[in-house]
Design a protein around this ligand. Structure first.
Ligand code: ATP
Ligand code: MG
Length: 498
């Protein structure tokens, strides 16, 4: 193995610590260099220099070169054309890699693997040799492993990378099944595979069982630093137990993921919500270098005033997969017809969980024929999505919010286009005498945040208009548990074409 002496001058970031060259041979610990490990290192360097990660197409070419596959084989196993990969992507990728990992050598398809293996190995040795504290990132709790391949989300992963170092709390918000947990898990998996200076401990905790505040704090303390006996916890004094947790979190740089955070705010118990809200405010304030990453279907009302441009907490709204990634997912599950896969991806707005449910039914009922399914003009939703909307309409949405949704659904059926803001204001006010403009604006803002309405801005007039994604429109039409059209609602059931 050749040890590189000019790393530091060449790579001021992230190799920012003085290299103690004489230590290197004795501190050797080299992980087996897998493609994923090498990719994580390349992505880190590319991000440091270009503020972006490698695209899906670039990764496909790199993986093909790593496996010594021919270009036509790489293209056949991807959603890209041979010409695009070989002539569009590859030449620029070799330029980029030569610049970032080549160290004077030209990187190409034939020598990529050997250069990358050597580079990754030395990158690790360098990090080990220079900073003992970066030796290992401890992972506590079990990060869910999603068996299926993980597609897209390059941009969101890059955003997360940046946000967790700047903010004390980042909240991933998006509808049921959109991929919040998968994204957070992938992010943690990436962090655990690389040596990064920001966190020494990664913690994964699901709160979908909606524990009480005291139980949650105790569970976290036991996860972070299992107590020798329960007696070492301050006796039943919640504030003292919280102080202990904060002390633990402050003692090292932790990234704490609380998955299914919305479960804590779904109960209609005012005191519990207030306790949780005060707890999280205190936690965020006192975290020091640690960071909290929350996944949630909605932003709890209690957090409304915390999300301001310069606050310590930031919301990251998670939308569906981009069309290419959605097609990859559909293809992996057995749908091969690209044109109809694109149509399905659009109708279901790239929601991976809904796409999985659709494929399952297309395979089961339509013999895998996506065109037959689409020609049937039926919009379907999964039982998970239905349960989430039951809860939204049943417990969480205000009367005004429900009225707005019904109004938009009704108008879309009639006009077949999105509904302008001024028309919505005028119509809603004439139908509901007591509703004010402020009330309507606040209700729409909330619906936007919960991804229940889609907002479109006219590029010329700048006027915004609202639309509903087909599965939400369908739910409002069917109203499975009667939560949409409650008795105190003056609307009759509406007829909406599927
Ligand atoms: N980027 C992705 N590539 C492939 N599959 C994905 C991706 N993201 C999510 N999925 C799949 O979609 C399904 C739903 O994802 P996930 O559980 O992360 O959604 P969620 O937003 O956390 O849902 P919930 O609100 O119910 O917690 C899972 O089966 C997951 O494997
Ligand atoms: Mg989840």
């Amino acid at each position: 193995m050749t040890f590189i002496t000019n790393f530091k001058s060449q790579y001021p970031k992230p190799f920012s610590i003085n290299l103690r060259q004489q230590d290197a041979p004795t501190l050797l610990f080299t992980p087996k260099v897998t493609f994923d490990l090498a990719l994580a290192v390349v992505n880190k360097l590319v991000f440091a220099e270009k503020s972006r990660y490698l695209s899906e197409a670039e990764v496909a070419v790199m993986k093909g070169a790593w496996d010594d596959d021919e270009y036509d084989y790489i293209a056949n196993n991807s959603t890209y054309s041979l010409n695009y990969l070989q002539r569009g992507i590859a030449p620029r990728l070799w330029d980029l890699l030569s610049e970032t990992i080549g160290r004077g050598q030209r990187v190409g398809k034939k020598n990529l693997r050997i250069i990358l293996e050597q580079f990754t190995e030395e990158y690790y040795i360098y990090n080990f040799a220079t900073n003992e504290s970066q030796k290992s990132v401890e992972v506590k709790g079990s990060i869910p492993s999603y068996k299926a391949n993980f597609y897209g989300r390059t941009e969101e992963l890059a955003q997360l990378d940046e946000l967790v170092t700047k903010q004390r709390c980042v909240m991933l918000v998006g509808v049921a099944g959109i991929g919040k947990s998968a994204l957070a898990a992938k992010f943690l998996e990436n962090l655990s595979a690389e040596f990064q200076p920001n966190f020494s401990c990664l913690i994964w905790k699901s709160v979908s069982h909606a524990p009480s505040l005291q139980d949650l704090v105790i569970e976290l303390i036991e996860l972070i630093q299992p107590c020798e006996s329960e007696l070492s916890l301050p006796n039943n004094n919640t504030q003292a137990i919280i102080s202990l947790l904060i002390k633990q979190l402050r003692s090292r740089n932790c990234l704490l993921v609380l998955d299914a955070f919305d479960a804590l705010f779904q109960k209609n118990v005012f005191q519990e919500k207030l306790d949780y809200s005060l707890f999280f405010r205190r936690l965020i304030q006192d975290l020091n270098q640690s960071c909290l990453l929350l996944t949630s279907r909605f932003l709890p009302d209690e957090f409304d005033d915390l999300i301001t441009p310069d606050s310590l907490i930031q919301e990251l709204k998670i939308e569906g997969l981009d069309t290419k990634s959605a097609i990859q997912l559909l293809t992996e599950k057995g749908l091969t017809d690209k044109e109809n896969c694109t149509r399905i991806a659009k109708v279901y707005r790239g929601n991976p969980s809904e796409l999985e449910a659709v494929v399952h039914r297309v395979n089961h009922f339509f013999a895998g024929n996506a065109k037959l399914f689409l020609d049937n003009k039926s919009t379907i939703f999964s039982s998970k999505f239905e349960a989430a909307l039951n809860q939204m309409f049943g417990d969480l949405l205000s009367l005004t919010q429900r009225q707005i949704l019904i109004y938009i659904a009704e108008e879309i059926v009639q006009s077949q286009k999105s509904i302008g803001f001024s028309k919505l204001l005028k119509d809603m006010k004439s139908k509901h005498n007591l509703v004010t403009t402020l009330e309507l604006i606040k209700a729409i803002e909330k619906l936007e945040r919960q991804s229940l309405v889609e907002t479109i801005k006219d590029p010329i007039t700048q006027e915004i208009s609202f639309n509903l994604q087909p599965i939400i429109k369908k739910y409002i039409e069917i109203d499975p548990i009667g939560a949409v059209h409650e008795s105190n609602n003056c609307y009759p059931k509406i007829a909406i074409a599927s």
